[in-house]
Write a protein that binds this ligand. Structure first.
Ligand code: SF4
Length: 412
């Protein structure tokens, strides 16, 4: 009884400036009181305008609120306005972010239509020119952002960190009586690279409200340490992402582990889950994972969630797993339309349970729940709607009958 009460839920989101990333009527606020935004990135050759437009559309349809495309060559820069045009024709107004490395200053100057068609520029301070060329090339990119009134993300990445800055911090560190560890030096270099670049951008005329920062690394503990520190030293909105998170479950788990800690502490205004896709896997998976991180943490709702038990020796077949997967996929597919026609449907949850041990209890807590018959149970599936048992399904068409009940519930 003497212990202080434990906090329930995440810490309040840290106070930041608010940037705006927009295309026509689609205005996405980032930071401040805006919800944590989901973004993703294409893996098509941007010069393949049609292929890129199709993938952007798919990512947007899956729920990506901003989509980044690489702009790495004159051909890619020339394709950007055409990609934008194709998307506009399909009424896909998702803002496009141009990812620039090495030659962004030239591309933004030589391809003004590309500069206009993008809604934000990502600048990597680690590869905007070297030595004496760095400042003028960085200034050229900021000039374009100011001229076309576009926000920027200063995106530092451990894999392409400014080596001159790192060397100078290492030298200063070596001269200290109690030098910092290599990890601390690396973190300091990442943060200083972001903060110094933001300061330079503001000196060059960039509005501070149009700057977003990120410092990506590929190790969970490093990412947490970097963002904790960065969030105390600046009030720019922060983009979170574990870079090179990896393939399959490793990528999902490590991204979730890193981001969940930071989000729980109120750190992070936009996220991307960078997954190395399994061959043939849809690119949209990274959007789904990002949404699920936010939704399972109770930070945002995107799509009705299906709660399913893992199954055990009491389940007689895989019917309930198939039913759970079918219902989740059906609900996800409907969301682009339901978002407009059924506001609030994303808050709904559906329980699909394998037997009566936890089935009725979990079903009563969901908006709609079904408990399929387990081993030795009567072949009947009680259905609960808003906590009340409304009917019992029997026979070979339980899955179809249950889907009808879900559809009717949504319609009402
Ligand atoms: Fe097993 Fe039943 Fe629990 Fe599902 S609800 S895990 S089938 S005991």
């Amino acid at each position: 009884n003497c212990l202080p009460p434990l906090p329930l839920g995440p810490s309040p989101k840290r106070a930041t400036r608010q940037a705006t990333v927009a295309w026509k009527t689609n205005i996405i606020t980032v930071g401040g009181d805006a919800p944590v935004r989901v973004q993703s990135m294409t893996n098509t050759d941007t010069a393949d305008a049609l292929g890129t437009a199709i993938q952007v559309k798919e990512l947007a349809r899956a729920g990506s609120e901003m989509v980044r495309i690489t702009v790495n060559t004159p051909e890619a820069a020339a394709a950007v306005p055409y990609i934008r045009e194709q998307l506009d024709k399909m009424d896909v107004l998702v803002p496009l972010i141009g990812d620039f490395h090495y030659n962004g200053h030239t591309l933004l100057k030589d391809f003004p239509e590309c500069a206009k068609a993008l809604s934000k520029y990502r600048i990597n301070p680690g590869n905007v020119g070297k030595g004496a060329k760095r400042d003028p090339q960085f200034a050229q990119m900021i000039e374009a952002a100011c001229q076309y009134d576009k926000p920027i993300r200063i995106g530092v990445n451990w894999g392409s960190l400014d080596q001159e800055l790192l060397a100078s911090i290492m030298d200063s560190n070596a001269a200290l009586a109690n030098p910092k560890s290599a990890q601390e030096v690396m973190i300091e270099a990442l943060i200083q690279s972001a903060l110094q670049s933001a300061e330079k951008a503001v000196e060059l005329g960039m509005k501070a409200d149009q700057i977003i920062l990120s410092c990506k690394v590929s190790n969970v503990q490093d990412l947490v340490a970097v963002y904790r520190d960065l969030s105390r030293r600046a009030d720019y909105p922060l983009h979170l992402g574990l870079t090179e998170a990896g393939m399959g479950s490793k990528g999902i788990v490590s991204s979730t582990a890193a981001m969940a800690i930071l989000l729980q502490e109120g750190i992070g205004d936009t996220i991307r889950v960078s997954l190395t896709p399994d061959p043939g896997a849809p690119r949209e998976n990274e959007v789904i994972v990002a949404q699920e991180i936010l939704q399972t943490m109770g930070l945002r709702n995107f799509t009705p969630m299906v709660i399913a038990c893992p199954g055990c020796g009491r389940t007689t077949s895989t019917t309930f797993q198939e039913l759970a997967a079918d219902i989740q996929s059906y609900l996800r597919q409907q969301m682009p339309v339901w978002k407009k026609t059924h506001p609030g449907v994303e808050d709904m949850n559906v329980a699909v349970m394998g037997c009566i041990v936890n089935g009725p209890g979990e079903s009563k807590h969901a908006n709609i729940g079904i408990s399929l018959p387990g081993t030795g149970e009567t072949p009947a599936a009680p259905v609960f709607v808003d906590g009340v048992k409304v009917k019992t399904l029997r026979g070979d068409n339980i899955a179809q009958d249950f889907q009808v009940i879900v559809e009717e519930y949504v319609a009402q």
